[in-house]
Design a protein. Structure first.
Ligand SMILES: Nc1ncnc2c1ncn2[C@@H]1O[C@H](COP(=O)(O)OP(=O)(O)O)[C@@H](O)[C@H]1O
Ligand SMILES: [Mg+2]
Lengths: 286, 264
């Protein structure tokens, strides 16, 4: 049916495969800075299949957050296209839920009120939204903290509140920008399992931005490796590990091979990233 | 959030706050002693510095005077209306200026120019527009508190963490929902600080207007007492005003400080 739908559309150049729910085509973005224009991303294209878990990995400053914001419809003024379900979108799309890299809980709301926020905005009645929010609060392991304020929680717990809040929106496409960066390794592995479990349950398509190789291999079906400045797609690695998957897989030999392979691609870019920031620091020295 | 932590830190420092209280009480005692000494010295013209005992007696007389309460209510109503009108406009204009770089660049400079101008110079105009009754006092009070409130709301809006705005947009909040659920709560402290400043200048504007031309209100009573050189009565009324201003300030301050008031 999907295929027929695509064919019925007026002729489009290179229609993407019909099972790709999210497609980015040739994304480009330049920022004007006091030091001149910076090309953050350049010609980035990839597609995410329905129900797929896709990660975008790259060194710091390679344009991952820029891609994240463009896909989420929050970054104006870019080149290229974002398509969801075949249609080009500009601006936030109803099927996308976003988890931000920065601290993003509302400090004036309790955990329960934070997680209820998207439901409140959608006009869900108070009792029902609290009930639905509680489910996601316990999914991220914060049961018992419903009435705490973010200032009373650790950074890792606040990030879990932000994840629960976006899950409560029940998006069919989940976008996450380094959501586990503030967490310690153990919590990260366990929360990764939880996210995979929820993804299965809600049949979500997930786009994860990360700089953590273990995390990317643990969770993903495919990994998009980006180059450093300008951000381009260097390679797309297929992770052929069995599903359903848990963090136990981290110890396996196949897992180790994938980590080595991704690191091999990434090492060069990370080295370049480090060198450039050092050169930048040197040239800025008076 | 850091603000909330700081507050709890301050509350949890009993030794420091004890010393602060001691110093405050000492200051009051010194002022009282100096005042009494000046009063007893006879260096000042007649009743210019009356003994605190006479002021206390005048205060007691005021406390049982029904006319005084009527005038007090007139003044409070004027200040309240001034704050509602000037504050409401100030918040609305502040939100517009803080939300639009264009509007801010086009108009905000004028607010900074007009802000420190003594508003009493507009009083003759207000009398022509609104008459000699309470309306012209309300207008002057509203004009006075509009500027600090508008400017602090505009500044507060610009210091909102931009990621919170993106969170709201990513969940498709409407502009009204953004304002009510994100902008206003995120700006709670700057808004309340603006209201605090605004409240002070609303009192000043309103009462100053009453002292110039009126037939009701505390400002009017003070000028009457001054005209017949009843200094104890005048000081008694100043003390009442002072106490009311402190009480109102404490109230706003407490509301600004406790970050959990809006909780479920
Ligand atoms: N708003 C902005 N203004 C100017 N430069 C920006 C802005 N956002 C990002 N950049 C630049 O674009 C590049 C990519 O940034 P970003 O997408 O945040 O990278 P990443 O998320 O991979 O660390 C960086 O060099 C950064 O300095
Ligand atoms: Mg980033």
């Amino acid at each position: 049916m999907g295929a027929i739908g695509t064919e019925a559309r007026p002729a489009q150049a290179m229609a993407p495969p019909p099972d790709w729910v999210l497609v980015v085509e040739d994304l480009g973005k330049r920022f004007d800075t006091p030091d001149g224009a910076v090309t953050a991303v350049d010609g980035v294209s990839f597609g995410v299949r329905k129900g797929e878990f896709l990660s975008v990995i790259g060194p710091s400053g390679c344009g991952k957050t820029t891609v994240f914001n463009i896909v989420g419809g929050l970054e104006p003024g870019y080149q290229g296209r974002v398509r969801i379900g075949g249609e080009e979108v500009r601006g936030p799309h109803k099927s996308i839920g976003m988890v931000f890299q920065e601290e993003s809980t509302f400090p004036w709301r309790t955990v329960l009120e934070n997680v209820s926020f998207p439901l409140e905005v959608a006009g869900v009645a108070r009792a029902e939204r609290h009930q639905r929010a509680r489910r996601f609060i316990s999914l991220v392991g914060l049961a018992g903290f419903e009435n705490r304020y973010p200032s009373e929680l650790s950074g890792g717990m606040r990030q879990r509140v932000a994840i629960a809040r976006t899950l409560a929106f029940e998006p069919t496409i989940l976008l996450m920008d380094e959501p586990f960066a503030a967490l310690d390794e153990q919590t990260r592995l366990i929360l990764g399992d939880k996210v995979l479990q929820i993804q299965q349950e809600l049949a979500q398509t997930t786009l994860l931005i990360t700089h953590n190789i273990t995390e990317a291999v643990q969770l993903s079906d495919r990994i998009v490796v980006m180059t450093f400045r300008p951000g381009r797609v260097k390679r797309i690695v297929e992770i052929d590990l069995p599903r359903p998957r848990t963090s136990e897989i981290v110890g396996s030999e196949a897992f180790g091979r994938y980590v080595a392979q991704v690191w091999n691609d990434l090492r060069e870019e990370a080295t370049r990233g480090m060198a450039e920031s050092e050169i930048g620091a040197l040239s800025r020295r008076p | 959030m850091p603000a909330a932590r700081d507050l709890s830190g301050v509350a949890g420092a009993p030794s420091g706050s004890g010393r602060v209280a001691a110093i405050r009480i000492a200051i009051i005692l010194v002022v009282v002693a100096l005042w009494e000494a000046a009063s007893a010295s006879g260096w000042f013209y007649r009743d210019v510095i009356p003994s605190l005992l006479t002021v206390g007696r005048a205060l007691a007389v005021l406390a049982v005077n029904r006319d005084f309460y009527w005038h007090l209510v007139v003044s409070l109503m004027e200040v309240g209306q001034a704050l509602a009108i000037g504050g409401g406009l100030g918040i609305a204009i502040g939100l517009a200026l803080g939300g639009s770089r264009f509007l801010s660049r086009a108009f905000e400079r004028y607010l900074y120019y007009l802000g420190p101008t003594p508003k009493i110079i507009f009083f003759p105009v207000m009398i022509m527009w609104f008459g000699v009754g309470p309306a012209s006092k309300v207008a002057l009070g509203a004009l006075s508190c509009f500027f600090p409130i508008a400017l602090s709301v505009a500044a507060g809006m610009r210091q909102i963490d931009p990621v919170l705005i993106r969170v709201g947009r990513s969940f498709h909040a409407s502009p009204m929902q953004m304002a009510a659920k994100i902008h206003l709560p995120a700006m709670r402290e700057p808004i309340l600080n603006g209201v605090r400043l605004g409240f002070g200048v609303a009192i000043i504007g309103t009462l100053l207007a009453e002292t110039k031309l009126s037939n009701a209100g505390i400002g009017y009573l003070i000028m009457q007492a001054y005209a017949v050189f009843d200094m104890p009565r005048m000081y008694a009324m100043l003390i009442v005003l002072f106490a009311l201003a402190i009480a109102a300030n404490e109230l706003v301050g407490r509301y600004a400080g406790v970050h959990a008031v809006s909780g479920s």
